[in-house]
Write a protein that binds this ligand. Structure first.
Ligand code: KG4
Ligand code: ZN
Length: 352
């Protein structure tokens, strides 16, 4: 029997994603981004993002279907990011998913965006056999989680107490005159720089918790750049980018490896937009190998927001027999990582 075809819809921030997954096979991943419309504001403007989602939503789904050679009527279930994210942006995807669900008479899962960042790795590296530790690093979140069951049991081990890693990248890029979003240009600039040029602070490095702090690092970069400019000297962008990136990758990988050790777990999954970072990937590989930990990181295109990750988690929930969400489930901008699915129902008959 072939596995069910799941349509995944993602609109939590500035990417409109529509993905199609059958079991753990990725069939299509259509992404439209409104990032260009936000660049001059130095950050995502929620209202602009919502309007862009409205325009891009149906064409993205149609593109995904065309790529997969499937028709809408072939879809067996729909999964959509219910949270966390920008409220207005989430609503566009949630309303679209409910409309498809109602029109097709197929179940809909309102899923957690953070759990989807972990689930997507299975499309590339096959089934994840828990337990594992997950390091989630995106524009809005930096956390370490214990994964006992992707379809239901995620336990927070620690999280950032201030800025998220991606947020620090975006802010530091701005300080260095690099475009938004800051991750990719810093990653590129760092390739030509010396990571030991400036000894930037590593927040909470030795504090024995699994929490992170990046605001002190961001402030240290700002002070360093100001001092340099104040002295009439040019700012060595590549060196600052490389040194900043080293500090971020050092803290993230050290705490992730420590979390594996403390939990007695020998698998680490890294997900979220910052997982696309070349230095984070390289240092994680090095440190995991030294510690005997199996590392799983999806390819960069699957780390940043997309619809395939949502479909991947939807397929996982379906396979695990988790009941779908009620048609009145809300978009929840601050959805906790401990709830993988929005408000479950016991009577799946309502979709009949
Ligand atoms: O997961 P994501 O696409 O959206 C959220 O859920 O937030 O993550 C976006 C974040 C942005 O802050 C962006 O600067 C960062 O991921 N990012 C990177 C890289 N590519 C994207 N950070 C570091 N290096 C990269 N190569
Ligand atoms: Zn994300």
């Amino acid at each position: 029997m072939t596995a069910p075809l799941v349509l995944g819809i993602e609109t939590s921030c500035d990417e409109t994603g529509a993905g199609l997954v059958r079991g753990r096979e990725l069939l299509a991943d259509a992404v439209a981004s409104s990032v260009g419309e936000h660049a001059r504001f130095g950050g995502v403007v929620p209202e602009v993002a919502s309007r862009a989602h409205l325009e891009a939503m149906v064409p993205a789904v149609d593109r995904a279907l065309a790529t997969a050679g499937a028709r809408l009527a072939d879809v067996d279930a729909i999964a959509v990011t219910a949270g966390p994210g920008l409220a207005g942006a989430l609503l566009v995807g949630v309303c679209a998913a409910k409309a498809y669900s109602l029109a097709l008479g197929k179940p809909v899962y309102g899923i957690n965006h953070l759990a989807a960042h972990i689930a997507v790795d299975q499309l590339e590296h096959g089934p994840l056999r828990p337990p594992a530790v997950a390091l989630l690093v995106s524009g809005g979140h930096s956390s370490l989680l214990l994964v006992d069951d992707l379809a239901g049991r995620l336990t927070p081990l620690g999280a950032t107490i201030d800025d998220a890693a991606g947020e620090a990248y975006d802010k530091v890029a701005r300080l260095l005159g690099l475009p938004f979003p800051g991750g990719p240009p810093i990653d590129q600039a760092a390739a030509a720089g010396d990571p030991a040029a400036v000894a930037f602070p590593r927040g909470k490095y030795r504090d024995q918790t699994f929490d992170f702090s990046f605001s002190g690092l961001k402030t240290a970069v700002a002070r360093w750049v100001e001092a340099r400019e104040g002295a009439g000297l040019a700012v060595p962008v590549a060196d600052v980018a490389a040194s900043f990136q080293e500090a971020v990758a050092d803290v993230l990988t050290r705490k992730a490896v420590d979390a594996c050790r403390a939990s007695g777990v020998d698998q680490l999954v890294i997900g979220g937009g910052v997982a696309a970072n070349s230095r984070l990937r390289a240092l994680a590989a090095e440190r995991c190998e030294a510690a005997g930990i199996r590392l799983r990181v999806p390819r960069p295109g699957l780390c940043t927001d997309n619809g395939a990750m949502v479909a991947a988690l939807g397929a996982e929930l379906l396979a695990a027999g988790v009941p779908p969400s009620p048609l009145d489930f809300p978009a929840d901008s601050s959805m906790s990582v401990t709830s993988v699915v929005a408000a479950q129902v016991d009577e799946p008959g309502q979709y009949g």
